[in-house]
Design a binder for this molecule. Structure first.
Ligand code: ANZ
Length: 837
């Protein structure tokens, strides 16, 4: 690297002024573009390292600090392995907190957001992360969000974006809809309010069309993504294979279909249950007696206040309303009473189930509550045992068995019976094999201001048209002219001037769509924008995308295990199908870092227990914070800030610096003649470090660097001292490795050792295999219980070799004399005990 602004060597006169040293190197990196990714002509292999971009909710806290430390270790590591590394940074800067803060303070969400970004940017800069700062993006810039609008219209053209009315999750506090993924244990993941269901017309992305691929492609990520995350995604997609069965309903022309995974139990169905909040329940109730109608309405109101989790939990009392109607079992013509009950969900399967109380626990609980019949159709008893009666025991008969009370299925084992029944139903036209998914389409419209406007137009005669390309982007109006308070409809709808537009077909007045997009749309493809951050003609250049992406290492919290990662995977597949990228998964490897806690609690703004990055950097300097965090424990573990040892880290760095200052040999001095013990430590580290870092054992790396510093100190204080060329070799190794964790100190050491910056570009040398041989140990040889000789042997010597050496040893032979060795007890590599007679 050419050095146009070589730091003044005399500036190292006070090497322990940590802030001055760190400032000096940051300026150097900035002036020299040290961490800019190499262009298309760079022949080194490439690595794309990315930490999940921050939301600008305030200044950075130590949770952020650990995230960006780990990504920086990975990025710096690959540079030292000879790679062309890209590590960009941006801000996920649309979203509710800005808007809520703005409402509370009467400020502009834009100002709040960009002030916070400036603060975070300053902290990240001082932290010394090796970002390519020329690629910064903010999702709230029109230069970025115009491409969300492009993406939306592309999806619309492909039938992947559509509008539909359906029951949606509604946060009564934030007055906006939420995606299923944003409802955590029945509460809004932003504000914690209990989420209710509401019927609304909204925009959706058709992620269900990709359900199979999203599920199946997880297998290839096994081993490179945390298994837990893969499992969470699998469960979220929730593929379930079974059968749809059609039931005639007395007095209704159309049949009702239910989804079941247990077609084998059809003979055991004794009633039918429909979700109270389904269209079917409303329709059936409408023809019931006035009293039942009232009871039903009352029950529906109660149901709508329950979360899906509450509704489905197994340990609660079953409730329901009989709808006074009957379904006909297609295999035996039996009349099954129809009930509405909240444990059946409107938006899974068909919102109706055939209830088989003998074999399904919730159906059994319900049957026992309302005194409905129970018929066992699967004998699950072990040989010689009696089959328990579920009505009495209260326990449904789950598990394997053979069919009974089921006509021609009798005697078949469960799996065969499922297949056989599905066949029978298919033949008679009243059923078919099918697959259900828990995954729902992605609801992307939000009734909020601070997001990407949906680029669609509602015409006076009820058509929906795209905003024409020459009118894109649709930018947000100025916030101060708008009432941002949540009132159930989008604030943009009240911005008369903004919302009024013209029908692109007729030229008549029309209205813009007043909703904005879920911010997860922004983060579903941002990793591609970093590759063409300045383009105003395309969202990203496919050639750049295929050169750099997928991201080689993606780092972030496990809280994004489902929503963000699933959406990014989905959009990547869509872009692949559009022919824009030649890969189908966005992130080749994923690292989840643990949380940084304070006094055992998660740091959060609302709890007021944030440890701010800027405070810590001001107090200790960046490198001490970085070393302390890296040393605090395994990446994936939660760590309490109280256990993070900044003082110890500072001492270690000062010690490392002093060791470098004591080096007295010339640059290029041949270490071959130097202290062998020290050389061994150095070369073992050279040998081990790549695997240590690749396996994310950053705490181990710090421990090994500490060991190296101790070994250097020991060598300096004894033997040939600082003039020993092995000391230089060790100190240089220290600099090139310390760089991944404590880059400012590493640069300083590298300079102290007489090298030109930057150490970040130095490829790690290979270990000398000759110095990796096992260390020697002293073995003692006893003859008849007395130590008679000592041998210097390899620590890895085999018992046979050691015994042979002992027998051949001159001193030993003297003590054996004319006697006979009758027994040899060997404990390699330490002891040989000979018994002589
Ligand atoms: C009859 C039956 C008998 C069932 C039996 C189970 C055991 P998974 O595996 O999650 O897909 N079900 C179907 N739709 C439902 C809805 N909207 N709300 C609540 N439950 C619903 O579960 C499929 C099973 O869940 C289906 O199979 C159905 O009950 C129930 F011994 O049908 B089963």
């Amino acid at each position: 690297m050419t050095d146009s602004s070589s730091p003044d060597i005399t500036a190292t006169a006070e090497p322990h002024d940590v802030h001055a040293v760190e400032e000096k190197w940051r300026r150097y990196w900035e002036n020299n573009g040290t961490f800019l990714a190499g262009g298309a002509d760079d022949e080194r292999p490439r690595r794309y390292v990315l930490a999940m971009f921050p939301y600008p909710s305030g200044d950075m806290h130590m949770g952020h600090a650990s995230n960006y430390l780990y990504s920086d270790i990975v990025a710096r590591f690959w540079r030292h392995r000879g790679y062309n590394v890209l590590q960009p940074i941006g801000w996920d800067s649309f979203g509710l907190p800005a808007e809520n803060a703005a409402i509370q303070r009467g400020a502009d969400p834009r100002e709040w957001t960009y002030d916070n970004i400036a603060q975070q940017r300053d902290s990240l800069g001082k932290y010394g992360v090796s970002f390519d700062w020329t690629r910064v993006l903010h999702t709230s810039d029109p230069e970025y969000y115009q491409w969300n609008q492009w993406l939306f219209q592309q999806m619309y053209d492909r039938g992947l974006a559509y509008r539909a009315e359906s029951p949606v999750n509604w946060c009564p506090n934030d007055q906006t809809v939420l995606a299923n993924e944003q409802v955590v244990d029945g509460s809004c993941d932003r504000c914690g309010a209990t989420v209710i269901k509401k019927k609304l017309t909204q925009w959706y992305f058709k992620i269900t069309e990709y359900a199979d691929r999203l599920l199946e492609d997880l297998d290839a990520l096994e081993g490179v993504w945390p298994h837990k995350v893969l499992q969470m995604q699998r469960n979220w997609i929730g593929r379930s294979t079974g059968a749809d069965i059609d039931f005639e309903i007395e007095g209704r022309a159309e049949k009702v279909t239910v989804f079941t995974t247990r077609a084998d139990t059809l003979h055991g169905a004794t009633f039918m249950v429909v979700a109270p909040d389904s269209d079917l329940a409303a329709e059936l109730a409408a023809s019931a007696s006035p009293e039942t109608r009232m009871r039903f309405q009352d029950y529906l109101d109660k149901t709508q206040k329950q979360t899906d989790i509450e509704r489905q939990s197994s340990d609660r009392e079953k409730t329901g309303v009989s709808l006074e109607r009957f379904a006909i079992n297609p295999v035996n013509g039996e009349r099954l009473p129809i009930w509405a009950a909240d444990y059946v969900l409107a938006d899974y399967g068909h919102g109706a189930v055939m209830a088989v109380p003998a074999h399904d626990q919730r159906d059994l609980d319900f049957a026992r509550t309302f005194d409905l019949p129970v018929r066992v159709v699967l004998d699950t008893s072990a040989e010689g045992e009696n089959l328990p009666d579920p009505t009495e025991t209260g326990e449904a008969l789950a598990g394997e068995g053979v069919l009974i009370n089921s006509g021609e299925l009798d005697g078949l084992p469960k799996a065969e019976a499922i297949a056989r029944m599905t066949e029978i139903l298919a033949k008679s036209g009243s059923g078919r094999a099918t697959t259900q998914y828990r995954l729902r389409d992605w609801l992307i419209s939000r009734q909020r201001f601070w997001g990407t406007p949906i680029p669609m137009i509602h015409t006076a005669d009820g058509r929906i048209e795209k905003v024409p390309a020459d009118q894109l982007p649709v930018t947000l109006p100025v916030a101060k002219d708008i009432d941002l308070k949540p009132k159930g409809t989008s604030p943009l709808g009240g911005a008369t001037e903004w919302v009024t537009t013209t029908d692109p077909v007729t030229g008549e007045p029309a209205l813009r769509d007043p909703d904005t997009m879920d911010t997860f749309v922004d983060s579903s493809w941002y990793y591609l924008r970093f590759l063409s951050p300045k383009s105003d003609t395309v969202a990203f250049d496919p050639a750049e995308a295929n050169r750099w992406a997928p991201v080689d290492t993606y780092i972030g919290g496990v809280e994004h295990a489902i929503l963000h990662l699933l959406y990014a995977r989905f959009i990547t597949k869509v872009l692949h199908d559009m022919g824009l990228v030649d890969f189908t998964e966005p992130f080749s490897a994923l690292i989840n870092q643990g949380m940084i806690l304070l006094d055992g609690a998660k740091m959060s703004k609302s709890k007021g227990n944030l440890v701010q990055v800027s405070d810590q950097l001001g107090e200790h300097g960046s490198d001490a914070v970085r070393v302390a965090l890296a040393f605090a424990g395994p990446v994936e573990d939660d760590k309490d800030w109280n256990d993070v040892q900044t003082a110890g880290a500072k001492k270690f760095l000062a010690r490392a610096m002093r060791a470098a200052e004591d080096v007295a040999s010339e640059v290029g001095a041949d270490p071959a003649t130097g202290d062998k013990a020290l050389r061994r430590v150095t070369h073992h580290l050279l040998n081990d470090a790549p695997a240590i870092v690749e396996h994310t054992k950053y705490n181990v790396l710090v421990a090994r660097l500490m060991e190296l510093v101790n070994a250097i100190r020991k060598a300096i204080d004894s033997g040939a001292g600082g003039a020993d060329p092995a000391v230089r070799e060790a100190a240089e190794t220290l600099a090139v490795m310390l760089d991944v964790v404590a880059p400012h100190t590493a640069e300083e050491i590298w300079e102290i050792l007489g090298h030109a910056p930057s150490v970040s570009a130095v490829v790690w040398p290979n270990a000398d295999p000759a110095l990796l041989t096992a260390d020697e140990v002293t073995a003692v040889v006893q003859v008849n219980g007395k130590v008679r000789s000592q041998l210097q042997v390899s620590a890895e010597i085999t018992p046979e070799e050691l015994e042979a050496l002992a027998r051949g040893d001159e001193k030993v032979q003297r003590f054996v004399g004319d006697g006979q060795i009758v027994k040899a007890i060997v404990r390699a590599p330490k002891i040989v005990s000979l018994v002589v007679k």
